[in-house]
Each structure stands twice: as structure tokens, then as C-alpha cells.
Design a protein around this ligand. Structure first.
Ligand SMILES: Cc1cc2nc3c(=O)[nH]c(=O)nc-3n(C[C@H](O)[C@H](O)[C@H](O)COP(=O)(O)OP(=O)(O)OC[C@H]3O[C@@H](n4cnc5c(N)ncnc54)[C@H](O)[C@@H]3O)c2cc1C
Ligand SMILES: NC(=O)c1ccc[n+]([C@@H]2O[C@H](COP(=O)([O-])OP(=O)(O)OC[C@H]3O[C@@H](n4cnc5c(N)ncnc54)[C@H](O)[C@@H]3O)[C@@H](O)[C@H]2O)c1
Length: 471
């Protein structure tokens, strides 16, 4: 039987955040027919298993923490009782609401412009999609690969069966676990590990690396380690983390080698692998598209400003690139990829936004723009503020953390910032917008600052930076 063939101007593989935006922008840029191909569930990673459920769990943890910390203000809230089933029910209810909107936006697309199944390349412009009804051939003038990423689990944890969690499954738990080993201290490990700890789950966090995420200078590394090690059972620099599923309800026996070289073990009800994510390229057979691939199957050439793979009629956007693996960058890349795919071969380079990353831990960790290394010391300077003595931070009982703002010595242009502290998620936005506007440290000091707010700390750091710069 011959395969059905669908002709399209642009084929978008993946109905996640990047793919949905790419489809819209391909249509806006003149494509007449855009085909959206999705192999998994609609609803997007962000809404189903990513940004939204993780922030919902953190919101519950923050509520518990606020009650506990009320004592500092002379308020006795009594013992904090956590109803794990109710916590997870709210996470799931609100998550379903968010994911429902994303499902609706996919299902609103005309059925003839959608295919459900896993796509693979059979040529630079040709795909085969394995659908429930058989395979479909797609011929497109250009293709957008927006296939996202999936959790990676180290071999030592793969045999844990029903007691192994990843971010794909943890939000499905009917109630909070009694105890949890979180393997990985990146964005997922620290956000979820801290939330679980605050929700009364006996939590230990382990990571192979010995550095804290996002911040790069040694000073900020020190601040991050000190703050998080003081409040969490955080074990950095461990090796050989491996587990064994125990019988019945006993959970998991986890073994690891501590940073001091000593062998350790402990029992946990569940293990959460938060050990990084891998681009979903495996099903795609990109080699068949004539794209040059490295040893890990990734394209050797991808342009951040055009999103094009080498000079192929193929564009790549979102987590699959493995470069800027966060939501607003997936959307930005979707916009570029969609419009360039529609215009191909008239491919245009777009300026990318100032990098901005935020971890929703308490305190927040954030990094904005470019962080100069030690080698750039002659051209760049920094100004700092320590939040342990900052007015508003002391008032609200969150007097910890530090902000370091970097700028160019010649002219004082603000380049970037590393921050750990109260409200860093908001201050990071101010900084990102300032950098986008080309603001100098001298001008930033002259901006309005209400009193008393944590942003006054930024003025202190801008002031110190301005003194080190020539106007
Ligand atoms: C726990 C967690 C918390 C996060 N928190 C934040 C946060 O607070 N802020 C933030 O900015 N980012 C956060 N992120 C990251 C953010 O979720 C991602 O950057 C974003 O969702 C990536 O979108 P995407 O479109 O690239 O991928 P996805 O939304 O994963 O879409 C890819 C789609 O492609 C489909 N697909 C794959 N291969 C094929 C194929 N061969 N054929 C057909 N379809 C295919 C998949 O099924 C999937 O639906 C978080 C991620 C996680 C896991
Ligand atoms: N707030 C946010 O923006 C946010 C929140 C959550 C997730 N995310 C996205 O999800 C991505 C993935 O997050 P992640 O935390 O899984 O990855 P990550 O790469 O940030 O961190 C991986 C961690 O796992 C550890 N690790 C790796 N292999 C190990 C092993 N074999 N044994 C022990 N430890 C090991 C590393 O040392 C590191 O601490 C992030 O990079 C980000 O793009 C973003």
C-alpha cells in the first residue's frame, strides 16, 4: 500500500512551547500551509511536567516556611501540619488547568494541519511520521525541529523501578513521600529538593559536581554553598551514586561515595533523578537529512541568531538545541525558526535577548547578561551589595545573599549580574531590561528608588561600580 503524502510549506516537529510559537510565526511570515507533528501528549513540557507544577509545589513549600518563620516576628502559628495529599491535589489541579490551555491551543488547529506520531527524516525536506493509522510521508519546503528534551537518568539508578522518579513522574505522586533522595543539585534538584524539605519530606540532595548552579565567581559560589548547606542536607562532590530497590514497601537502598572518599548508604522511600536533560534527537534520524552530526548525534553547526542547522532547510528551536534551555528562550527561538523557515532561503539573523536565568529557590539565584572572567579584570569591574545589612531585607527577615553587578570600566556600561537574595527574581528583570537599554552604572544610580525596598541594594552596587568606571 502506498504511503499518504502531505505537502506543506513548513513542517514543525514538536507541539511544545517552541513548536507552537514557530507554527504561528511561520504563518505570519507568509507560509500558506504549516503542518504540526506531535508524537507525545499535547500540553507542553512547561505546563505538564516543568515550570508550572514545579512552581506550584514551591508555592506550597513557601507557605509552610512562612508559617514556621512567623516566630521571628513574635507570632506563634502553632505546629505546621502538612496534608501531603492536599498539597499534591492542588499541584495537579492547577497544573491540569495550565496544561489544558496548551492542549486547547493545539487542538484548535485544523485537524488537516496536524499529525499525531513520531517524525523522522528520510531526506532534508522529507519526513516519515509513524501514526496510529500507519506511516505518513511529509514533503515540506523547510522543517522546524522543536523536539525538546527528556530527563537523563544515570545507569546506577535505572534499576529502581517504581521508586525512581524524574520530573516527568514526581508531580503524579498521590501524596508527599516520607523520604526522598534527590540526585542532582542543578535547577531541578535544588528547587524541588528545597520544596520537598520544606514540605516535611526527609530529603537529602546529592550531586557529582561540587559547584552550585548559575553563579560563576568564587565569591558567589561561596555565598550559595553557605546558604543552601546551612538549611538543606546537601552533599556536593559525591561519586558512584547507585541504588537498589528493596522488597515491598521498603523503598530504596542508596549508596554513594562522599566528597571525603568514604562509602555511605541510606534508605529512602523514593529517589528523584535530577541529573540533567538530553535533547530529543534520537528518533529523528537527522543523518538522513544530510546534516553533519557529532559523536552524540547533535548537529555540528547551529546558528543561535538564525536557528538554522548549517545551510540545510532545517531550523532548530527550544530545549532540543541544548543551549538556552528555558521557556522564554524556547519561545524566542520558535519565533526566529518559524519566520526563517517560512522565508527560506531568505534567512535572517536576529539579535538575541540578554541571557536571563532564575532559580526559584529561597533565596532566589539569578544570573543576567555576561559575567566577565578574571582575565577580563582590566576592562571590567564590579560593584556589590551584601544583603545581610540591607534595610528591607532585614525588615522582612530575609537578610542574606549578595548581588554582584559587572560593568565596562570605560564608560560604565552594565554587562551582567549574579545574584542570590530576596526578590532576586524581580531584580534580575530590572538588570536584564537595563542591559537591553544600554544603561550605564552612573545612570542607574540616578534612577528612582522607593524606600525602603530591596532594589535600594542595587543602587549601592551600581554606586560602587560607577566609582570604578570612567564616564
Ligand atoms: C521540572 C522543570 C522545571 C522547569 N522550570 C522552568 C522555569 O521555571 N522557567 C523556565 O523558563 N523554564 C523551566 N523549565 C524549562 C522549560 O520547561 C523548557 O525550556 C521548555 O518547556 C522547552 O520547550 P520546548 O518547546 O523546547 O520542548 P517541549 O515542550 O518538550 O516540546 C517538545 C515536543 O516535541 C515532541 N517530540 C519530540 N520528538 C518528536 C518527534 N520525533 N516527532 C514528533 N514529536 C516529537 C515531544 O513529545 C514534545 O511534546 C523547566 C523544566 C523542567 C523539566
Ligand atoms: N527555574 C528554571 O528556569 C528551571 C527550573 C528547573 C529546570 N530548568 C531547566 O531544566 C534543565 C535541567 O535541570 P537539571 O537540574 O536536571 O540539570 P542540571 O544540568 O542543571 O543539573 C544536573 C545536576 O546533576 C548532577 N549530576 C549529573 N550526573 C550525576 C550523577 N551521575 N550522579 C550525581 N549527580 C549527577 C550535576 O552535578 C548537577 O548538579 C535546566 O538546565 C533548565 O534548563 C529550569
Amino acid at each position: 500500500m502506498s504511503e499518504a503524502v502531505i505537502h506543506a510549506d513548513v513542517a514543525v516537529i514538536g507541539a511544545g512551547s517552541a513548536g507552537l510559537v514557530a507554527r504561528r510565526h511561520a504563518l505570519r511570515s507568509g507560509a500558506k500551509r504549516v503542518l504540526l507533528i506531535e508524537g507525545g501528549p499535547y500540553g507542553t513540557t512547561c505546563a505538564r511536567v516543568g515550570c508550572m507544577p514545579s512552581k506550584l509545589l514551591i508555592a506550597a513549600a513557601d507557605a509552610a516556611e512562612q508559617l514556621r518563620s512567623a516566630r521571628m516576628f513574635g507570632i506563634e502559628a502553632g505546629s505546621v501540619e502538612i496534608d501531603g495529599a492536599a498539597v499534591m491535589a492542588r499541584v495537579q489541579r492547577e497544573r491540569d488547568r495550565f496544561a489544558g490551555f496548551a492542549v486547547e491551543s493545539s487542538e484548535a488547529i485544523d485537524a488537516s494541519d496536524r499529525v499525531r506520531g513520531w517524525a523522522r527524516f528520510v531526506g532534508p525536506r522529507s519526513l516519515v511520521v509513524d501514526t496510529a493509522e500507519g506511516s505518513v510521508r511529509v514533503e515540506a519546503r523547510a522543517v522546524v525541529v522543536a523536539t525538546g528534551s527528556t530527563p537523563w537518568v544515570p545507569p546506577g539508578l535505572r534499576g529502581l523501578g517504581d521508586r525512581l522518579l524524574t520530573s516527568d513522574s514526581v508531580f503524579e505522586l498521590p501524596t508527599l513521600p516520607r523520604s526522598l533522595a534527590v540526585v542532582g543539585a542543578g535547577a531541578i534538584g535544588l528547587e524541588l529538593g528545597q520544596a520537598m524539605h520544606r514540605l516535611g519530606v526527609e530529603t537529602m540532595i546529592f550531586a557529582k559536581g561540587s559547584r552550585m548552579p548559575l553563579v560563576s565567581s568564587e565569591v558567589m559560589q561561596g555565598v550559595a554553598r553557605e546558604l543552601f548547606e546551612a538549611s538543606l542536607a546537601l552533599h556536593l562532590g559525591v561519586a558512584d551514586v547507585a541504588g537498589e530497590r528493596l522488597e515491598g514497601d521498603r523503598g530504596v537502598q542508596l549508596r554513594w561515595t562522599g566528597a571525603d572518599g568514604g562509602a555511605r548508604e541510606a534508605e529512602f522511600e523514593y529517589v528523584l533523578a535530577a541529573t540533567g536533560r538530553r535533547s530529543q534527537l534520537d528518533r529523528l534520524d537527522l543523518g538522513q537529512a544530510g546534516v553533519e552530526l557529532d559523536a552524540e548525534g547533535r548537529p555540528t553547526s547551529w546558528d543561535l541568531r538564525t536557528t538554522q542547522i548549517a545551510d540545510a532547510p532545517i531550523f532548530m528551536a527550544g530545549d532540543v538545541t541544548g543551549v538556552r534551555t528555558i521557556l522564554h528562550e524556547a519561545s524566542a527561538e520558535g519565533r526566529i525558526a518559524g519566520s526563517n523557515a517560512a522565508r527560506h532561503p531568505d534567512v535572517r539573523a536576529h539579535d538575541r535577548q540578554v541571557p536571563l536565568r532564575i532559580m526559584f529557590t529561597d533565596p532566589n539565584i539569578a544570573v543576567v547578561g555576561e559575567i566577565p572572567g578574571d582575565a577580563d579584570e582590566r576592562a571590567c569591574a564590579f560593584g556589590e551589595v551584601d544583603f545581610s545589612n540591607q534595610g528591607r531585607a532585614r525588615i522582612i527577615g530575609h537578610a542574606h545573599g549578595r548581588v554582584r553587578i559587572y560593568g565596562r570600566r570605560e564608560g560604565g556600561e552594565i554587562l551582567g549580574a549574579e545574584m542570590i537574595g530576596p526578590g532576586a527574581e524581580h531584580m534580575a528583570h530590572l538588570l536584564a531590561w537595563s542591559i537591553e537599554q544600554g544603561l550605564s552604572a552612573q545612570r542607574a544610580v540616578e534612577m528612582p528608588y522607593y524606600h525602603p525596598v530591596v532594589e535600594e541594594g542595587l543602587r549601592t552596587a551600581f554606586g560602587e561600580l560607577a566609582k570604578k568606571c570612567r564616564a
